[in-house]
Design a protein around this ligand. Sequence first.
Ligand SMILES: *[C@@H]1O[C@H](CO)[C@@H](O)[C@H](O)[C@H]1NC(C)=O
Ligand SMILES: *[C@@H]1O[C@H](CO)[C@@H](O)[C@H](O)[C@H]1NC(C)=O
Ligand SMILES: *[C@@H]1O[C@H](CO)[C@@H](O)[C@H](O)[C@H]1NC(C)=O
Ligand SMILES: *[C@@H]1O[C@H](CO)[C@@H](O)[C@H](O)[C@H]1NC(C)=O
Ligand SMILES: *[C@@H]1O[C@H](CO)[C@@H](O)[C@H](O)[C@H]1NC(C)=O
Ligand SMILES: *[C@@H]1O[C@H](CO)[C@@H](O)[C@H](O)[C@H]1NC(C)=O
Length: 513
Amino acid sequence: MWRIGCHGYYSLLIVVLHVIVLRGSASVQIATANYSRDDFPPAPHFVFGAGTSAYQVEGAAFEDGRTPSIWDTFAHSGRFGDNNNGDIACDMYHKYKEDVQLMVDTGLEAFRFSISWSRVIPNGRGPVNPKGVQYYNSLINELIRHGIQPHVTLFHYDVPQELEDEYGGWLGRKIVKDFTAFADVCFREFGDRVSYWSTMNEANVFVMGGYDLGIFPPGRCSAPFGSNCTGGSSATEPYIATHNILLAHASTARLYKEKYQAKQHGLIGLDILTYGLVPLTNSTEDVKAAERVHDFFHGWFLNPLVFGDYPESMKKIAGSRLPSFTPHQSKLLKGSCDFFGLNHYRTMYIKDDPDSLKTNQRDYLGDMAAKMLSKQGHVPSGQFPIDPAGLQIVLEHLKEVYSNPPVFIYENGQMTYHNTSLDASLNDTSRVEYMEAFMGGLLEAMKNGSNAKGYFVWSFMDLFELFDGLKSTFGLYYVDFNDPDLNRYAKFSAHWYSSFLRGRTINQYLQDH
Ligand SMILES: *[C@@H]1O[C@H](CO)[C@@H](O)[C@H](O)[C@H]1NC(C)=O
Ligand SMILES: *[C@@H]1O[C@H](CO)[C@@H](O)[C@H](O)[C@H]1NC(C)=O
Ligand SMILES: *[C@@H]1O[C@H](CO)[C@@H](O)[C@H](O)[C@H]1NC(C)=O
Ligand SMILES: *[C@@H]1O[C@H](CO)[C@@H](O)[C@H](O)[C@H]1NC(C)=O
Ligand SMILES: *[C@@H]1O[C@H](CO)[C@@H](O)[C@H](O)[C@H]1NC(C)=O
Ligand SMILES: *[C@@H]1O[C@H](CO)[C@@H](O)[C@H](O)[C@H]1NC(C)=O
């Protein structure tokens, strides 16, 4: 087993135990073109935004009737250290007006956020909490009033703890009905103003981190595939949870299309994390391994949603551990996404690993029979290498294999460590370099026919991160977590993005500053 980097963890996407950092220089491809906002289609046909999610920014964890989710429980288990949880986070629950004003100042055209299930329906099922509904109505109205398009995620890692305790959350088939009922409330209350709905955020990473490696909520896994497991089976639960997530998505999408779409004119999709997948060598084995990793990592969701069934390679390797769809379920799934959300950060180099299939005791990652390797390139340890070609590979693949569905790049951005020096934190040149390269790569892919409809920076502000809480940051805005007022400060990246959104070329701002 390989460990990665010198920090033990590396990115939200990492497959912690399987990533090797390749030494040497990766070719860092920076878009050289001096492009501007005008090179992309105008809003609302294509929008530039930024994102957050409920638990990561709202705080007010125990206020106005909200009950805990599995993320509260996970964060409170102490794994990120004392007081490193989302109880207060950025306190956006109270500061949303100020934050929308910052979005206006930045020139954001769209804002992506999620709705906390246990705030709207405490305990997950039953009566609706008027104060929860009121918060999201206020936020949505504030966005609309300023011409910022809301993009809403229904599930962002936060199953109500009550449902986790009752039937195991996504492991229980009952969640299909409960999730659909929650979505129904959201469509009914907010759908007159919200046109872009994602059922799930980064569904593939949620099940891998939450049920195979045990590093994300609900922290389930089994030895030797994870440590600190709260119970579970890395061999079967990732597949079971995914199956129920897909069925809940299909049920929700059908509800939206039958009951709301004709009058609300919105769209519904699902979001996954994507990697640019490149065979490490041109050997037949590595090329096939890269296809297999694509099937397991992307196709696990894309194939059922586009074609109605799991990829053949998964059925063959996972066998009876992979649940199957009835013809009725398959029909409901097929074509249930009006668009896909893609969270994209990095490229992985794939090396065939046939030995992993020699044991019957395999987890989901072992079933892939491949190692995912990352190249560090010319960026400091702890930051993501800059490889926009990986995004182009993903978009090209969606175009060729999945009939070019509309896609939103719902997350992309650079990680840096939280630095108590304000000056150091605000001077985030590496974030600008990263965004500039990926936005340029996206433009190239669109010129080549990709059906991309938007680009959202992760994240709008520093927030409670998935894998280490407040220690690493992706924000355009710095949040001073040591200040009781949690003041926000625009980083260099916020100024640069703002200049781009106001029509200046990517290089103009840099030349002037
Ligand atoms: C397991 O938990 C302990 C104590 O919370 C922590 O120090 C350790 O890093 C955890 N291990 C992993 C792999 O998360
Ligand atoms: C694989 O082949 C392609 C096309 O011939 C070439 O561009 C690429 O550099 C090769 N990759 C490796 C790792 O040898
Ligand atoms: C914070 O920034 C200073 C100044 O650039 C740097 O020397 C220090 O290593 C940074 N700390 C962290 C934790 O990145
Ligand atoms: C910001 O960082 C860049 C490179 O990391 C450095 O060249 C520049 O001098 C810094 N600017 C300020 C104002 O510290
Ligand atoms: C651009 O699109 C064409 C036709 O679909 C395809 O053959 C080609 O590989 C694409 N180029 C890139 C860089 O993806
Ligand atoms: C980019 O374009 C702007 C506006 O056309 C111009 O002012 C600037 O000098 C250009 N920068 C580079 C590096 O080409």
